[in-house]
Design a protein around this ligand. Sequence first.
Ligand code: GDP
Length: 480
Amino acid sequence: PLLGVDQISKPTDKLFGGLLAAGFDEESCLSRYQSVLYRKTSPFKASPYLISKLRNYEQLHKRCGPNTQPYNAAVEQLRSGQSVSSSSTDCKYIVWVCYSGLGNRILTLASVFLYALLTDRVLLVDRGKDMANLFCEPFPEKSWFLPLNFPITNKFDSFGQKSPESYGNMLKKNIIKASTESLPSYLYLHLAHDYDDHDKLFFCDEEQALLNKVPWLIMKTDNYFVPSLFLMSSFEHELIMLFPEKETIFHHLGRYLFHPTNQVWGLITRYYKAYLAKADERIGIQVRTFDSGPGPYQYVNDQISACTQGEKLLPAVDAKGRIVPPSENSKLKAVLMTSLVSGYFENVKNTYWEHPTVTGDIIGVHQPSHEEKQQTEKPLHNMKAWAEMYLLSLSDELVTSAWSTFGYVAQGLGGLKPWILYKSENQTTPNPPCQRAMSMEPCFHAPPFYDCKAKKGIDTGKVVPHVRHCEDISWGLKVV
Ligand code: GDP
């Protein structure tokens, strides 16, 4: 119930067991310390080692972050285009380039931050058009945003698979190799879906030893590449220490990094209080179709009801309209739907308005927006998308759509193992319609299949028991 949402009435752990640092100005980012009022207590605790790693990172960020002396020195080196020998810089950086849809961005930012933690680099975030309107600063004192006068920001758009500055192309053309002594001051790392075999050598220990010496790495990616880091001997041990519960990587890093700005927090909390707070149970249903037309399609309506009723997430209805007398156990269940279109929501809502449920439960169905298509240029568009991912993460049970990073973000932040609606073939309802996820981790959609030591192709989903192929993409990899 709504009780306790505004007045702190339950014993609160607003720092999530030490995951978050204390001492931020609360007003400037209300969500940081208020989210505990909306979230159920997570059964997963951040390890003491992760917590100390984060506190150390915060110190590093403070010492090396924007406009500090080491930052200015490193930028000067970049500007002058000098090549570097191994020991010439104090602080090393990785720049995350703003790229792709919002769900992808959240997953890649978490991946790049983890890579920064593992390699003692400072993460700096290209703010793109709207990153600063969506997310609060996660680190105390020094900003995570790349300063606007960074010398090569104007190159970011043109960076791509063919760029001569990319590490993959430099390897291909033999401009750089493990024994190279004089290295460039920056390298572009292309880890987007269209990357090639040379770009993928990023995931080899030998190449990491070389990258380690380059002061500036600039990365463009639309993939959650964490599962492949687990397969590298340079990182594996540290990852296991940081995340003894392996499937909690995005769960903890996401809760640490991604705090909605006050404007987005307004969207979230008003919606929650108006439509979700009073329910006995909250069910999230995220509908994302990758068909060419916009829909809605009847086969998706059928899939949603087959999954939610088949898995007993929602009750069946009595088609004959017999009224079931309300029992003491009857519940109010709030269904939060998200989709670019309103048709699926209309169908679920009408089902439970026009017919009684066999259990006597009352089902309220809500959908915050229907933006019709992805339209990042509208200022509120990504704010709504972020608010909806967050609202889905506050559900008790979650249904997501195959292939969608939007759903991965919700499940990870919520600590939920969702039921995944399978991707349909030929516009027919898949059978079974959905499957429970093995873990709450996101799927890496385009992993490498290469054994760096043996220098041959392998099935990277069969190397260790905790990195497997995903439920929704047979060639993808996820941590379980
Ligand atoms: P993915 O394409 O499903 O992996 O997710 P992304 O978030 O990376 O890209 C999809 C984009 O489409 C989102 O960022 C939104 O801009 C938009 N979008 C997709 N589904 C929804 C939805 O249910 N609600 C809203 N508000 N936007 C959506």
